[in-house]
Write a protein that binds this ligand. Structure first.
Ligand SMILES: Nc1ncnc2c1ncn2[C@@H]1O[C@H](COP(=O)(O)OP(=O)(O)OP(=O)(O)O)[C@@H](O)[C@H]1O
Ligand SMILES: [Mg+2]
Length: 249
């Protein structure tokens, strides 16, 4: 039976199973409770937008999901395995092969050109130089930067830097893409181009979680999770009429 909002529940296997996670940051005398008990279950090939005010814990949650940081308490299951019991090699394998991360602050190497920045995850993954250059170039062409391969980050526009960061996240063909404000610094036209890139990845079966402040961007996702003060305030699936109107566009 459908619920009253006529939404379609995802049916794929659970890839991310976060149970009652908290995160405290200790700052001298002061403790910041960035996450205060968050549970989030994500199925393969979901497309989720995470929204919420500045400081509500969105980036903190994304860092947990991406295995870049560990929770203060609670449990994180990734593909059915307890992340807390994984060793460094297993965690590195997840970060390098399964998850592509687009950071809010890009995190590009300032001295390396576009091509080298995008090749970086392939170096960690042990891919040979020739294949590396080939794949990095193709991914950069895919995001519209085929003519900026030899520019350094400070020789690119903000939107171009963002696209380098996105290409770097995609170059290993991860099945899960985590993007923290991927359109935050872009004009709306470039933002829409990035969103059609994500739509394409989603339609090819990838799982996408993105943080955004903008309702226009969140509309592209099939599920919206709202955080407030380190807690989930709402978690809504797109309704059938909304899904149908998306299929028409
Ligand atoms: N490394 C850190 N040390 C101490 N406090 C931190 C740290 N990182 C985040 N915080 C605090 O934790 C809270 C949540 O931060 P977080 O970065 O997750 O917010 P956010 O929702 O991503 O905000 P924004 O929309 O501005 O990016 C904030 O109050 C922030 O000041
Ligand atoms: Mg943030």
């Amino acid at each position: 039976m459908m619920d009253t909002r006529d939404s379609i529940r995802p049916v794929g296997p659970v890839v991310i199973d976060i149970e009652n996670i908290t995160k405290d940051y200790v700052m001298g005398e002061e403790i910041v409770h960035a996450l205060r008990g968050v549970s989030l279950r994500v199925h393969r090939n979901e497309y989720i937008a995470i929204m919420g005010p500045s400081g509500s814990g969105k980036s903190t949650l994304m860092n947990m999901v991406g295995c870049l940081d560990t929770p203060t308490s609670g449990r994180y299951g990734f593909n059915g395995r307890n992340v807390a019991e994984m060793d460094d090699d297993e965690l590195a394998a997840i970060r390098n092969r399964e998850i592509g991360f687009v950071f809010q602050t890009f995190n590009l190497l300032p001295r390396a050109n576009t091509l080298r920045n995008v090749e970086l995850p392939l170096i960690y993954a042990g891919v040979d130089p020739e294949t590396r250059e080939e794949r990095a170039t193709q991914t950069l062409i895919d995001v519209g930067l085929g003519d900026r391969l030899h520019h350094k980050p400070n020789e690119l526009s903000g939107g171009q830097r963002q696209r380098v960061a996105i290409a770097r996240a995609l170059v290993n063909r991860p099945s899960i893409i985590l993007a923290d404000e991927p359109t935050g610094n872009l004009d709306s036209k470039t933002g829409e181009e990035i969103m059609s890139l994500f739509e394409d990845l989603y339609r090819r079966g990838n799982t996408i979680i993105l943080v955004t402040h903008e309702a226009d961007i969140a509309r592209h996702a099939r599920r919206t999770v709202r955080l407030r003060d380190g807690l989930i305030e709402s978690d809504d699936l797109m309704t059938v009429p909304e899904l149908e109107s998306m299929a028409l566009t």
